[in-house]
Design a protein. Sequence first.
Length: 285
Amino acid sequence: MGTPVELISPRSPRVAAARRLARRNFRTKERRFIAEGPQAVREAVEHRGEAGPTLVELFATVEAAERYAGIVDAARAAGARVHYASDEVLAEVSQTVTPQGLVGVCHFLDSPFEDILKSGPKLVAVLAHVRDPGNAGTVLRCADAAGADAVVLTDASVDLYNPKSVRASVGSLFHLPVAVGVPVEQAVEGLRAAGLRILAADGAGEDDLDAELDAGTMGGPSAWVFGNEAWGLPEETRALADAVVRVPIHGRAESLNLATAAAVCLYASARAQRAPGGCRSVTPS
């Protein structure tokens, strides 16, 4: 940087405001959240919501500002306030043990559920009763990778903007529409009315994912409903689905964790939707 830069004071109201975003009630009140690290901040810089740029402020150590000069310059060009900060200040506003030198303050970016329905989605992940923030963020990342059109978090699920959820999404939070706080019944009814088949993922499901693929029933628009990490989906939620599908265990593993099962299910639908005939198995005659 050549010339010395002025570091923001640890007692600055801006530091205090960012630090408070660790708590859900303040995030909800301010409709802002924290994004940490170069990947998440880069995605935040490039994302624009209806109200304008998503990134509001950026806290950066001098070393990180030099290393990621392109991100810092882009943030400034997009209108974000850039603060140079000491390692101690970064540690205060960060939610990780070892901050990566860049911490962004972002506007909430969730989408109205009605807008998702109007967009004509073909593949949607619904997180019902998912309480672990790391799992929620990882499923969001899986949905993004599989080419899903949207993710819905029901009102019984974890906060989308929990710092662990944001980190686990590894930037995917900024890539696809996410609706939050939707009652599971409303989510299912709306998606079914929009033409999607509702598939509940459950280890004790009556239908086998391989059998569904072999039958060619996976090629149409689908919404996968994923449940709690420990106890799966409640019976009343299972009853809302058109089919309750289990991922077959061909080896000796007791089960799959939520994120792994979600990846398998979403990729199965994505593959079937792209294949002629819904990805039917071909058996030589």
